[in-house]
Every structure is written in C-alpha cells, then in structure tokens.
Unconditional design. Structure first.
Length: 454
C-alpha cells in the first residue's frame, strides 16, 4: 500500500538481488517467452571503490556476486570483477548496464570486457533461460494472459496427489503494491511461495499473475502502469481460471494482500467467486487513508507535534492538487517546492490518481460473496477502520457474509512483532522472524466456505 516507502519492506523479500533481464525462449507449452537469467549481483562504482581498485573513472559496474545456474556463472564471472564494456558499448553505470542487457534474447551471445585483479580480460556471455519453479507439493504450469496492450505471465499450481479426475478449488493470489515479480524460483523462502506451499498442502490450486513489465511479462513498463491496468490483468487471469476444466468452478477464491485487497472487489465484479480474503488493506478514499497513515507513522517515528501539524497541512494541500485536481507532480512542486518527499509513491502518479477515483464502497456493495478481512495487530500500514468498513458495507447488503479478525504478533509484512512500534523498529533488521499463523486462519476459513452451497 502507499505507505511512503515503508510498505516496500513487505515487498522486498520477493526482489532478487541479482540482475535479471527479460529475454526470449521458444516453447510449445508457453506462448510468452522465458526471460534470460544473467545472475549478477552488482553495485555502482563509488569513490571508495574507484580509489581502492585504482580505476581511471567511475564508469562500469562492480560484480559483488554471481548466482548459481546463471549466464554469469557459465561465463566464469567472479565477485570483484569490474565490467567495463558490453560488446562495443562502454558501461557508464548500473542503469545503463541494465538497459544494454535488455536487448539480448535467450541464446544470444555477447562479450564482456572486465577488469580482474588489475588486468583487463574478455569473457563470452551466453544468455540462458531463467529457471522455472518446482516444488514437491505442487506442479507449476507457466502460461499467459492478454490484458489490453500487455502480455502477462501466469503461474498456475496444482497440488500433487490429486487425481486427474478431481475438481480442485483454486485461489487467485493478488499481490501488493510495487514493481516486483512473483516468479522467484531461486528464492525458496519467498513469502508468496510459502503461501502457495501452504495452500497446496491443504488441497488448493493457485494462480499468480505477474505485473506488466516484470518477470516474463511484456508490455507497459511497470512504473508506467495504472491502477485500472493492474486490475485488468487480474481480471484476465480470473477469466482464464474459468476456462480450466479441472478447477472446481464453484470454489474459486481471491486473496488480496495490502493493495491486493483494494483490487479484489474490482477483480471479482461479475464473476462467480465463492469468497474473498483480504489482508491489511484499505477501503476509504485514498486521500483519507494517506492522511491518517502519514500522521500515524510520523507519530511513531517521534516527529514533534507542531512539525507534524505543519506537515499534515502541506500534505492535505499537495494531495488535493495531485489526486483531486489531477495535476502532475511537476505542477504540484511548482506551487509547493518543499513537497518532494510527500510525492514519493511506489507506482506512477496516475496509478494513485485512479486509486483515489475508485469507489471501493460501491465495489464491495455489489458483491454477494463471503468475505474474511484480516489485519495484523502490529501493522502500522493499515488500520482497523478500513477493515471494519468492508465488513459493514458487505453485511449491510448481505447480513452475515463478512467477518473481521485482528491477529496478534504479526505486522503488515508477516513479521513477528507485538506492536506497530516494534514492527517499525524491525524494519532495518536483516532477517526478521516471520509469523505465518495467518495462513492457518485463511485455510480454515476456505475449508469452511467450501462446504457451503453456492
């Protein structure tokens, strides 16, 4: 969710440290090409690195590690190599290097000019495909859907041990805000994969849909995508689910985490959904949410109250121009030059404008389905008011269909924490302990709703 960058801690566990660039591999089983796996952990050339390695300038990139099974490993790249050139192109910096690599497809070859231990050398790089996800608990089918101008990767899992004749309940997982891929086969502890594993152990199939421009997905760059575009991608995934003969069409569920819970009622509109589970989401207008969120997080961080008051006055004015008047960030900054820090969002500003325009109450009101609303007690990114509002909206139209549970000892990103302050303090911890008890709550609810007649 839009938590001024703090929510990205939830997302960061899904981001590979390696450089992963899109490329193509033909396959009869998938119409969307597989991306290449370069597999370089890298960092820019800083003043200290330049001085330590006696480099003539700060052009190039420093290799800090090489991923197993990658193109870089096959090319025998090593940590502490400095990449100076890619074919005939001098490498300026990290963004330039990433941009250069995107032109290559699986099977292509290039030559890297390196500096290793003070000596210049060349290494041939052959682009190999990114590995695919495997699990002893489920099979994975890589597919794709089209949504407007975008061609999106889908991952559909089916529990092992289920007979081919069985109709299997399925959960569509709607991820949080930000530009990252849900296709992370080399990260076994990836949060989403742990969710899929838990659901598979209890007999549920799943679908994930990668965002445009992320992973194998092609089309609009993720940072330029919009709120409606993202919703359309999940709607396309849901439509594809309804064509799968082995899926129990009477038991299709949605789970929406963070902004996934905001998208969920929009994705579900008009579809025969058995139930929706949300986690740490919002339901008021975006401006209402942002103002409370900014105040609460600033209070937790210890901001003086007089400074906080001035901040909120400026923030309200800035949000009105950006989200209501639909001005660009440049236009807002022209009037409020000191508001730069208040205009930082994890997606394009038009994404945020469309979020503000969405009538979430209307979307929830239209749905006649079961709803479980969850929030961690240590969450400082979502609020009880939003969770209870969803329940109130649904139950006014369809009494008894929605419930809200507040879960102890867990925060927005599933870290084990007792309070919002403790969660904030754990934000910089390298590997904070996770609390996945929420998955037991979700599975019990899914099992119960499966038994109900549609």
């Amino acid at each position: 969710m839009a938590s001024l960058g703090i929510a990205m801690r939830f997302l960061s566990c899904t981001l590979a440290a390696a450089l992963l660039v899109g490329a193509a591999i033909s396959s009869l089983a998938q119409s969307l090409p597989r991306r290449a796996f370069v597999g370089i952990n890298l960092r820019p050339i800083t003043d200290s690195i330049q001085h330590a390695r006696k480099l003539p300038g700060k052009n190039g990139i420093l290799v800090t590690g090489v991923r197993p099974q990658s193109s870089a490993e096959a090319a025998k790249l090593q940590a502490n190599d400095v990449v100076l050139r890619l074919d005939d192109q001098e490498v300026r910096d990290v963004p330039h290097f990433v941009g250069l690599l995107k032109q290559y497809k699986v099977g292509d070859k290039s030559t890297l000019t390196l500096l290793r231990n003070g000596k210049t050398m060349r290494q041939r790089l052959v682009f190999i495909p990114y590995p695919t996800e495997t699990s002893p608990r489920y099979t994975v089918e890589y597919g794709s859907v089209h949504a407007g101008p975008n061609h999106l990767r889908t991952l559909v899992t089916r529990p092992v041990g289920v007979s081919k004749q069985a109709k299997v309940p399925l959960v569509l997982i709607i991820q949080g805000v930000g530009c990252y891929s849900i296709d992370n086969p080399l990260i076994p502890d990836d949060v989403t994969r742990r969710m899929v594993d838990s659901l598979s152990r209890h007999g549920y199939a799943t679908m994930r849909v990668d965002k445009t421009g992320m992973g194998d997905s092609q089309g609009t760059p993720c940072q330029e995508s919009t709120f409606r575009m993202e919703a359309d991608g999940y709607k396309a995934g849901l439509a594809a689910i309804q064509k799968l003969a082995w899926v129990d069409q009477h038991n299709i569920f949605l789970t929406g985490f963070s902004i996934g819970g905001i998208l969920a009622p929009l994705v579900a509109e008009g579809a025969p959904i058995k139930g929706i589970v949300t986690w740490g989401t919002a339901s008021r207008t975006f401006i209402e949410y942002l103002l409370q969120n900014k105040r609460y997080q600033s209070e937790l961080a210890g901001m003086p109250y007089d400074q906080l008051n001035r901040q909120q006055q400026l923030y309200a004015a800035v949000l009105h121009l950006l989200l209501t008047e639909k001005q660009t960030p440049a236009q807002v900054l022209a009037k409020y030059p000191n508001a730069g820090d208040l205009l930082r969002f994890p997606q394009h500003y038009t994404y945020m404008q469309q979020w503000q325009d969405a009538n979430l109450a209307e979307a929830w009101k239209k749905l006649d389905t079961n709803v479980l609303v969850l929030r961690g007690e240590a969450d400082f990114i979502s609020y009880n008011e939003d969770q209870q509002l969803i329940v109130d909206i649904v139950n006014r139209e369809h009494p008894g269909r929605a419930t809200f549970q507040l879960l102890p000892n867990v925060d927005h990103g599933f870290t084990r924490a007792r309070t919002p302050l403790e969660s904030m303090q754990l934000g910089e911890a390298p590997n904070p302990e996770k609390n996945f008890e929420f998955m037991n709550v979700i599975v019990r609810w899914l099992d119960d709703k499966q038994k109900q007649r549609t």
